[in-house]
Design a binder for this molecule. Structure first.
Ligand code: NAD
Length: 310
């Protein structure tokens, strides 16, 4: 791969998730110029200096600190900028604040390249993706969120540990809200080509335990170290690769749904094919009726919040 940057990636927010995503993208040898942009310029500068020191061990083009307008001609814009929920603050208060941040970012960037892809990472990711689709002015298929990709990776890890097999031999999705109403779509889970329903070791009790583990993983990590960033950073790097190299990975990203398992008009974690033009198509997984109900329940929760902020 060339040492010279052929692509431009702008990561907005140089906090734990943004800086680690820049690092993960750099060490995955993505031949790109990485722009790191944060309102906290000192932090941005420090992260750039630190990551740049490692570039001679990678094939990545370069990393610089930048300002919003520099992102206007980026191939991919990753938005990790957001405020954390404060004690006593409602989810709605947080959404209102993070909506303002999104507006500030897109106003600051100005006119985007027609083919820019925007990936939302900041939480609540499903709501912010919906808002970013409206605010950015880009076609919906060019603006999506990380959705339940991290949760699905956590599912792969949990099953691989339980069955003592390699995580990449496990396939399957967590779907719905990236949050409390998400669920494991067991009908999509296979291990080495065998459906979960045919694997005796995956008893109902074990499945329940795995699902709880996956749903609570972020809380468990945050209670120990205050934030989660390594896993999500690799999710971001994986998505960037799928976009830049038109890999067409099928990932459970947050996307605007139209007649998908009984859901329309909200943004939710659901499998889609990701390539250079963003979402190339939905992947039509067939859910069991109880899974469809849980998917629709997630949609109801997200839909209610969207109504309250519009
Ligand atoms: P953090 O507080 O470490 O970083 C946020 C950064 O955003 C800060 O450096 C802040 O200065 C910056 N920022 C704030 N307003 C800005 C603006 N207008 N323009 C540019 N930068 C701005 O938080 P973090 O741990 O990096 O988490 C970032 C977000 O990612 C949070 O919303 C978090 O919940 C989310 N997250 C999502 C997932 C997922 O699966 N989607 C996983 C982990 C974290």
């Amino acid at each position: 791969m060339s040492k010279f940057p052929t692509h431009k990636i702008a990561i907005i927010g140089a906090g734990a998730v943004g800086a680690t995503s820049a690092y993960a993208a750099a060490i995955r040898n993505i031949a790109a110029q990485i722009l790191l942009i944060d309102v906290n310029e000192k932090k941005e500068e420090g992260e750039v200096m630190d990551i740049r020191d490692g570039l001679c061990f990678t094939e990545t083009g370069g990393i610089i600190g930048a300002n919003y307008p520099d992102a206007a001609d980026a191939d991919v814009i990753i938005i990790t900028a957001g405020l954390p929920q404060k004690p006593g603050e409602t989810r709605l208060d947080l959404i209102t604040k993070n909506k303002k941040i999104l507006e500030e970012i897109f106003a600051g960037i100005g006119k985007l390249r027609d083919d820019t892809i925007v990936v939302i990472v900041a939480n609540p990711v499903d709501i912010l993706t919906y808002l970013a689709q409206k605010i950015s002015g880009l076609p919906e298929h060019q603006v999506f969120g990380t959705g339940t990709t991290l949760d699905s990776a956590r599912l792969q890890i949990a099953i691989s540990q339980a069955l003592e097999v390699y995580p990449q031999s496990v396939q399957g999705f967590v779907l719905g809200e990236h949050g409390d109403s998400e669920f494991v779509a067991w009908s999509t889970v296979t291990v080495g080509g065998i459906p979960a329903s045919d694997i005796k070791a995956l008893s109902p009790a074990l499945k329940k335990k795995i699902e709880e583990q996956v749903r609570n993983k972020a809380y468990e990590i945050i209670s120990r170290k205050g934030a989660t960033f390594y896993g999500i950073a690799l999710v971001v790097a994986d998505i960037i690769e799928s976009i830049l190299f038109d890999q067409k990975k099928i990932l459970p990203i947050t996307t605007h749904l139209v007649r998908c398992n009984g859901v329309s008009g909200v943004c939710l974690g659901s499998p889609a094919i990701i390539g250079r033009h963003g979402i190339l198509g939905h992947w039509p997984v067939k859910l069991h009726s109880d899974e469809s109900k849980r998917f629709q329940n997630s949609a109801k929760i997200i839909g209610k919040i969207i109504k309250s902020i519009e």
